[in-house]
Design a protein around this ligand. Structure first.
Ligand code: SF4
Length: 364
């Protein structure tokens, strides 16, 4: 069976969105960039061609519109660079997500991750699931999703399901509804979290129809939505409206970001990003040290950078704008928080503390 037939077979039951045209080859990239007066050099063209043979490119019109110049924080997230295939550090699946049940990771006792799609509106060059996003053949079928849901049904200790991808909102409304209906029928599920980058990269996908489905199923189990903004320039009027629509449907919004070299690795950028997120109703939840994923090492910084960012936030802005800084530990050990050193507990139980201005205090 050739690859295309297999794709058709695998996705027969799944209803994906009919996505508007996006840039996925070098010629359309050249044309679109030239409309912004940006020309690619011969070397860049050759490099991009080589990279997209291994890791697909997809840049939708909204995300493209945010690029202001070469190598700006938006460019660096969506335009392929040769380092993706030249740097050899890292692993395909450093978090050991692939397990016994396809498309399901059950790492912590009471919660699990359910992958419902490997398709995204835009393929982020730093993606942790770079090993599979963008390949239709690696999309789950409805049968795969059913098997994973059956596993959840049989494991009564699971109370929290994280629906992720790819991007779950690249599925059609009916498929999203089917998945929510099936999960709702499991009595031990108390909450469902949806991880999606759509409010940032394709805000027009947050339609009234989608919101009314989410609203309908936002009760027992309750729905939460975690989105993924990386830079203040991504907080556009369209993104604000998308978040407003979700909030009006009763959905609570959180944000996860990654500390990325060439994108946001600066306390000032994170301060602006997190303040802007709170202003549109999105609570900054986690910032991650990048995972040790093959093809992404050019985005990685020293861990100290992340600690510096937390130091630049704590006390310098609202506490709600200070997320947890975590490393998702290689080998599947889960998330481990890291904090700058603010205190020492003495033998007598007293605590020596340093505040955000570097002033010393003692608590007896
Ligand atoms: S939207 Fe998420 S899953 Fe898709 S490419 Fe970006 S980071 Fe990866």
């Amino acid at each position: 069976m050739n690859k295309n037939n297999m794709n058709n077979k695998k996705n027969r039951d799944l209803n994906y969105l009919h996505l508007p045209r996006a840039i996925s080859d070098i010629d359309s990239l050249k044309i679109s960039l030239s409309k912004k007066d940006i020309e690619l050099t011969k070397e860049e063209i050759e490099n991009i061609k080589k990279v997209i043979e291994k890791y697909p490119m997809r840049i939708n019109s909204h995300y493209l519109s945010l690029i202001k110049e070469k190598n700006d924080p938006i460019w660096n997230q969506c335009i392929p660079k040769i380092e993706e295939i030249e740097e050899t550090g890292g692993e395909e699946d450093p978090l050991k997500e692939e397990g016994e049940v396809p498309f399901l990771t059950h790492r912590y006792p009471d919660r699990c991750l359910l992958i419902v799609s490997n398709t995204c509106a835009m393929y982020c060059r730093f993606c942790t699931r770079k090993r599979k996003v963008g390949e239709a053949i690696k999309n789950p079928s409805i049968e795969d999703i059913r098997k994973a849901i059956k596993y959840i049904k049989n494991h009564k200790e699971i109370r929290d399901v994280i629906i992720s991808g790819g991007d779950p909102f690249l599925l059609g409304d009916k498929t999203i509804e089917k998945i929510l209906v099936e999960l709702r029928q499991i009595p031990h599920i108390e909450m469902i979290r949806i991880g999606t980058r759509v409010p940032c990269v394709m805000p027009e996908r947050i339609t009234h129809e989608l919101c009314s489905i989410l609203k309908k199923y936002n009760k027992r189990p309750i729905l939460y939505l975690n989105t993924h903004f990386e830079h203040p320039n991504e907080i556009t009027e369209q993104a604000r409206l998308a978040c407003e629509r979700l909030i009006d449907s009763g959905i609570q919004l959180g944000n996860q970001s990654i500390v990325l070299k060439g994108v946001n690795d600066d306390p000032k950028i994170f301060k602006e990003l997190n303040q802007k997120l709170l202003a549109i109703g999105v609570k900054p939840y986690y910032i991650y040290q990048p995972d040790l994923v093959k093809g992404t090492s050019h985005f990685r910084n020293k861990v100290e950078k992340g600690l510096k960012i937390i130091k630049g936030l704590r006390g310098h802005t609202s506490g709600m704008a200070v997320p947890h800084f975590v490393i998702d530990s290689p080998g599947g050990g889960g998330k481990i928080p890291l904090l700058p050193k603010y205190s020492t507990i003495n033998k007598d139980g007293s605590v020596d503390m340093i505040n955000y201005q570097g002033k010393k205090f003692k608590y007896f």
